[in-house]
Design a protein around this ligand. Structure first.
Ligand code: GNR
Ligand code: NI
Length: 188
């Protein structure tokens, strides 16, 4: 297990179209383990393999990335002792995912991306979609996604085509986002 380096714009590897996974072997499992460790460390709710430099059609998602083994933090700011509800991890792996039926209805989320750090912008995407993918054993799965899951998997599947969320913005907004990132980097 290892935390891998996350590629950031303008790394040209973020623009490549990833190749289908054909081998469901231990090497694939090791890559998935590293992707989860990297995503939880970042932290983020999704990660595509190309974001760690591997051009394979593979992504991981966990919309509940909090560690369930973590000590509940006591907090007594108002004199009472509360315990934060620890949320359960929900790691999901999608190999060779495809969107079958995107809804016509759109939903807007303020998206961010570990490859475009600290930049957030509203993106419209189909509010629901039916997704078909393979699991780590190569078995085909199918499910209707909605809400944040639908947004997140579409964001991750864009990475497999070399597309970033800022590519969905107007040219002006994209330039503003990249300028802001430049400024943040120079300040750091
Ligand atoms: O951590 C992430 N948060 C997020 C928020 C709204 C929409 C999409 C995402 S995915 C992002 C992690 C990432 O960059 N995945 O590619
Ligand atoms: Ni991203």
């Amino acid at each position: 297990m290892a935390i891998r380096q996350i590629l950031e714009v303008p790394d040209p590897r973020l623009k490549v179209v990833s190749e289908p996974v054909t081998q469901f072997d231990d090497e694939l499992r090791a890559l998935v383990d590293d992707m989860f460790e990297t995503m939880y460390d970042a932290p983020g709710i999704g990660l595509a393999a190309i974001q760690v430099g591997v051009p394979k059609r593979l992504l991981v998602i966990d919309l509940q990335p909090d560690d369930p083994d973590a000590e509940p933090e006591p907090c007594d700011h108002d004199g009472h002792h509360h315990h934060h509800q620890p949320t359960k991890k929900e790691p999901r792996v999608f190999v060779n995912p495809e969107i079958l039926e995107p809804a016509e209805e759109l939903a807007t989320y303020s998206e961010g991306c570990l490859s475009v750090p600290e930049i957030y912008a509203d993106v419209d995407r189909p509010a629901r979609c039916r997704v078909r993918w393979q699991d780590l054993d190569g078995q085909f799965q199918e499910e209707e996604m909605e809400g944040l899951m639908a947004t997140c998997i579409q964001h991750e599947m864009d990475h497999l085509e070399g597309i970033l969320f800022i590519d969905h913005l107007s040219r002006l907004k994209r330039q503003m986002a990249l300028k802001k990132l430049d400024k943040l980097r120079k300040a750091a």
